[in-house]
Design a protein around this ligand. Structure first.
Ligand SMILES: Nc1nc2c(ncn2[C@@H]2O[C@H](COP(=O)(O)OP(=O)(O)O)[C@@H](O)[C@H]2O)c(=O)[nH]1
Ligand SMILES: [Mg+2]
Length: 319
């Protein structure tokens, strides 16, 4: 049985890195490790930063880390990057940028590539969050590029979602992709040192006015810059704290946690079920013979699917 090493509980960052790798690489002991970590989770506060590539998310996260450290709290960053088609690894940029924090025991940065693994990125991200949470990290920040439908999933993982916009760069409200505006708990108009920041802020405000009727929480619009010195970052972190208090007061924080645990359980069921099916498909046998019949239109897919489920359930009972 996989045992979590003692050093993990006393804050050894190398062991944190080891447990995260074990999860990312889908090692056989992964489920057992996550099972043991579970009771130690639920304390870390999770922030999601999303926005177009180049919006300045990493720079802003960098500034936020510095502010969090000033408040003597610890922070873990998960930078989710599109996979490079050549190396299969995450871009180096974030890792290099975060080097300043590399010597700081209170900061832990991890880059993750989008991998085609079963269950996808969202599942792995949630699992890495879990490991960091159990480790005792106060703030867990997920940086993700706001492209693709799956990226909207950030709102299911994060307690507070910050949508990062920039003036000029085509980030006008009209061109905004559907969904991205709705997931924001806070807007950060970053690069506010550039022209057009006020116009953009006005546009976002008008949009919020239009959809204001049922919104209980109106997302504040924060102006930030990381150009020469961090600007508006203290205010941003304060806005995050305000949202956090709001969630707590309304019981929404606990509700999010409950919802997440439920979804997590269903995800695990889904994942294990898929694994059983793929195991069957990966070697020759009755499932593949049946699939060949479906391809030949001798059997319809629905009948075949029921049959495959029956077989797997029967096998599980025998095992
Ligand atoms: N003018 C200006 N440029 C910025 C600011 N923040 C980041 N940048 C620049 O924008 C580019 C993209 O920043 P990065 O943090 O990598 O964006 P990400 O792709 O969203 O993570 C870099 O060249 C940064 O130097 C800012 O506040 N003002
Ligand atoms: Mg980045």
């Amino acid at each position: 049985m996989a045992e979590i090493p003692q050093g993990f509980w006393t804050g050894d960052q190398r062991l944190l890195a080891r447990e995260i790798s074990l999860v990312e690489d889908e090692m056989p002991e992964k489920d057992e490790v996550l099972r043991q970590l579970h009771e130690h989770t639920g304390h870390g506060y999770i922030l999601g930063f999303t926005g177009s590539p180049g919006a300045g998310k990493s720079s802003l996260v960098d500034s936020i880390i510095r502010e969090i450290r000033k408040r003597n709290q610890t922070v873990g960053v998960i930078a989710v990057d599109p996979s490079s088609p050549f190396s299969g690894g995450a871009f180096l940029g974030d890792r290099i940028r975060m080097n300043e924090h590399a010597m700081d025991e209170g900061v832990f940065v991890r880059s993750m590539a989008t991998r085609g693994s079963l269950g996808g990125l969202a599942k792995t991200t949630k699992e890495v969050v879990k490991v960091m949470d159990a480790f005792g990290i106060d703030w867990i920040i997920i940086e993700t590029v706001g492209v693709g439908q799956s990226e909207l999933d950030i709102m299911y993982i994060a307690d507070t979602t910050i949508v990062v916009l920039t003036p000029g760069a085509g980030d006008s409200i009209q061109s905004m992709k559907a969904g991205i505006m709705e997931i924001a708990d806070i807007f950060a108009i970053n690069k506010c040192d550039m022209p057009g920041a006020d116009t953009l802020s006005l546009e976002v405000n008008i949009m919020l006015d239009m959809q204001d009727d049922h919104i209980k929480w109106r997302p504040p619009i924060m102006m930030t810059s990381n150009l020469h010195k961090a600007e508006g970052v203290v205010e941003l972190l304060d806005a995050i704290e305000t949202h956090r208090n709001y969630l707590n007061e309304k019981g929404l924080f606990a509700e999010k946690r409950r919802e997440r645990t439920k979804n997590e359980t269903l995800d695990i069921v889904n994942h294990q079920w898929q694994r059983l099916v793929y195991e069957e498909v990966s070697h020759p046998g009755r499932v593949n013979e049946l699939l060949a019949k479906v391809a030949a239109r001798e059997v319809d897919p629905y009948t075949a699917a029921s049959k495959i489920m029956d077989w797997i359930i029967a096998d599980q009972k025998k095992a």
